[in-house]
Design a protein around this ligand. Structure first.
Ligand SMILES: [Zn+2]
Length: 202
């Protein structure tokens, strides 16, 4: 559960669990990224190094980009350039920002598990997100985001996605990959909340 905005969830259920980087270390290059169709429900895909973004063609990417830049990340200016420079396509800037968020989360938690891929699926509205939650665990909750353990996917909506929420949910993803046996949900929520509170600290 996301404390400040009441966003995330960490449910255990049918899927096993539906839960809700620093000194910057080696930083990934930012390739020129183009969205490609996934063939799944009409979603487009932006492949990152680790974080993959899925969204509908109707999604306003510039709005999402702005919402993913609401928080300060302690990074060297040349790296910040990667997700602010207009010379990069918006897909690349978003992808870089998400990748840095993941690195920042790993640094704050002191956990660097091997993560092949974490997906972020941006649905059109909170109502669509609610329907997705119901589809997955038959819970009728109006969350702003949640992390589905079994799918290794963060679900949010165009209406609610923001970097605070994504950092919290990436916290769940890192915890999920780090522990062989996932910690109790209350502990995972405390850790994910810790990530959000420490995002800006040098
Ligand atoms: Zn949570």
């Amino acid at each position: 559960m996301y404390k400040m905005f009441f966003t995330g969830i960490f449910l255990t259920g049918v899927l096993g669990a539906l839960a809700c980087a620093q000194e910057a270390t080696a930083l990934p290059p930012v390739p020129v990224i183009a969205a490609v169709p996934t063939g799944v429900e009409g979603f487009l895909e932006v492949k990152g190094n680790t974080v993959y973004l899925y969204y509908l063609p109707t999604t306003n990417l510039r709005k999402i980009e702005a919402r993913l830049r609401s928080r300060y990340l302690p990074l060297a200016p040349q790296y910040r350039e990667l997700f602010t420079s207009p010379s990069y396509p918006v897909e690349s800037r978003i992808s870089a920002r998400l990748q840095f968020l993941l690195m920042r989360v790993e640094d704050i938690l002191g956990m660097k598990p091997l993560i092949a891929k974490v997906s972020i699926e941006v649905l059109g509205s909170r109502r669509d997100l609610q329907a997705k939650c119901f589809e997955l665990v038959h819970a009728n909750e109006a969350y702003k985001a949640f992390y589905a353990h079994g799918l290794r996917t963060i679900f949010s909506s165009e209406q609610d996605i923001i970097d605070s929420i994504i950092a919290h949910e990436l916290g769940h993803a890192v915890i999920d990959h780090y522990f062989m046996v996932p910690p109790p949900s209350k502990v995972a929520e405390l850790l994910a909340g810790y990530v959000d509170e420490h995002l800006e600290r040098e």
